[in-house]
Design a protein around this ligand. Structure first.
Ligand code: TXA
Ligand code: MG
Length: 326
C-alpha cells in the first residue's frame, strides 16, 4: 500500500482532512512537512486506531487522561501526553510530549487498521491556509505533492479537534475544538481554557499556535463584541463604497439583509454546528468568487462557539472589537 511504499495519503476525519504517514518513521514524517511547507517547529498529531495503541506512543497517562480517552475516543479530542522515546523528534518538534487522538471516521479508521501502526497527520492544507473539509480542497492545495486522496465527502464537524494538554494538572485546552470545554469539565472538572482563562501570547502554551492560520486569500475582517452586527454593516458599506468586492460569512437569519446591502453571501446555516461545518468551505468559496474582503461576525463563546471564535481570530487580517469602541 501507498504508506508502506513511502507515499503520502490524504484522508477524511470527522473534523477536517488529514495528510498522513507512518508516525514512527522519521523519513515518512519528513515528507509530510515537505509537502505542506510546514515549519519543523509545529508538532503533528498522531492518530491511533484505538486506546490499545496508546502505549506505543505515550509513556504514561494520568487518571484524568485515561478517563477522557475512555469517554471520548473515537472523537475529536487530542490529548497531549508524555511521549515514548522512540517517537521521532520531528513529530513532536523536539518536545517531551506527543499529541494523540482516535478519529471518528470510517475511512480514517480503515486506513489506520490497514496501516497497523499509528499515523501522524496534520490538516491536509498548505501551511497557514484554511483547513480542508472536502477532497477538492485538498486537491486544490496539494495536488502533485501527495500520492492519493481518499474522498469521503465533506467532513461532518468542520473544525479541528480540541487539543488538551493532559500532561499538566489541571489540564489545559491549547486549541478549542469539537469536544467543548463544557463537555470536558462535565467529566474531569475544571480545565484551563485558551481564550477564556489565558491568551496565547501569555508564554508559549503550544508550539504552532501563534502563527496566523486558517487564513483565506481575501482580507478577513472579524467583528466582535456587543456591536458586532452594526460594525459589520459599517465595514460592508465602507468596503463597497471603496469599490471592493465584499463577501460575508453569515447566519441564515442575517443573509437576506446582507445580500440586499450588496454583499456576496455564503450561508453558514442556522446554528453553531452548521457554522463550524461550513466555515472553512465558506472562506474557500468566497476566495474562489474573487472577493477582496470577507466579513464575519462573532457567534459567542459557548460550546462550539469558542472553537469558531478561535479560528476566525487566527484567520483574520483585522479584528474589529466593539467592546473597545466607546
Ligand atoms: O482535527 C484535527 O486535529 C486534524 C485532523 C487531521 O486530525 N489535525 C490537525 O492537525 O488539526 P494540525 O497539525 O493542523 O494541528 C496540530 C496542532 C499543532 O499545531 C499544535 O498546536 C498541537 O496540535 N500539538 C501537536 N503536538 C503537540 C504537543 N506535543 N504539545 C502541544 N501542542 C501540540
Ligand atoms: Mg492545521
Amino acid at each position: 500500500m501507498i504508506l508502506q511504499n513511502g507515499g503520502l495519503a490524504a484522508f477524511p476525519t470527522e473534523t477536517v482532512y488529514g495528510l498522513g504517514d507512518t508516525a514512527l518513521d522519521a523519513e515518512a514524517v519528513a515528507r509530510i512537512f515537505a509537502a505542506k511547507e510546514r515549519p519543523a517547529s509545529d508538532p503533528l498529531i498522531v492518530h491511533l486506531s484505538g486506546l490499545d495503541q496508546l502505549p506505543a506512543v505515550a509513556r504514561s497517562a494520568s487518571p484524568a487522561a485515561q478517563t477522557l480517552a475512555a469517554t471520548f475516543w473515537p472523537w475529536p479530542l487530542t490529548l497531549v501526553l508524555p511521549k515514548q522515546p522512540h517517537v521521532p523528534a520531528l513529530v513532536t518538534s523536539g518536545l517531551d510530549t506527543v499529541a494523540v487522538r482516535v478519529p471518528d471516521h470510517p475511512v480514517a479508521l480503515a486506513l489506520l487498521a490497514a496501516a497497523g501502526a499509528p499515523i501522524a497527520a496534520p490538516s491536509a492544507n498548505r501551511f497557514g491556509h484554511t483547513s480542508p473539509t472536502t477532497a477538492q480542497h485538498v486537491w486544490h492545495d496539494l495536488h502533485g505533492r501527495i500520492d492519493v486522496i481518499l474522498d469521503g465527502g465533506p467532513t461532518p464537524l468542520g473544525v479541528e479537534s480540541t487539543v488538551l494538554d493532559a500532561s499538566v494538572s489541571p489540564a489545559r485546552i491549547l486549541r478549542p475544538g469539537g469536544v467543548t470545554a463544557e463537555m470536558l469539565e462535565a467529566v474531569i472538572g475544571p480545565v484551563v481554557v485558551l481564550g477564556r482563562d489565558f491568551e496565547s501570547d501569555e508564554g508559549l502554551p503550544s508550539p504552532g499556535l501563534l502563527e496566523t492560520h486558517y487564513a483565506p486569500r481575501a482580507e478577513l475582517i472579524f467583528c466582535q463584541g456587543p456591536g458586532a452586527v452594526q460594525a459589520l454593516a459599517a465595514e460592508l458599506g465602507a468596503a463597497l463604497a471603496a469599490g471592493r468586492r465584499v463577501g460575508v460569512l453569515a447566519l441564515d437569519e442575517d443573509a437576506d439583509e446582507l445580500a440586499q446591502a450588496g454583499a456576496v453571501v455564503y450561508r453558514l446555516g442556522a446554528d453553531l454546528s452548521s457554522v463550524a461545518r461550513h466555515l472553512y468551505a465558506g472562506m474557500r468559496w468566497l476566495d474562489a468568487q474573487g472577493m477582496d474582503v470577507i466579513l464575519c461576525r462573532d457567534f459567542g463563546a459557548g460550546g462550539l462557539g469558542l472553537a469558531i471564535h478561535d479560528r476566525l481570530t487566527r484567520a483574520a487580517a483585522r479584528l474589529v472589537n466593539t467592546e473597545e469602541i466607546h
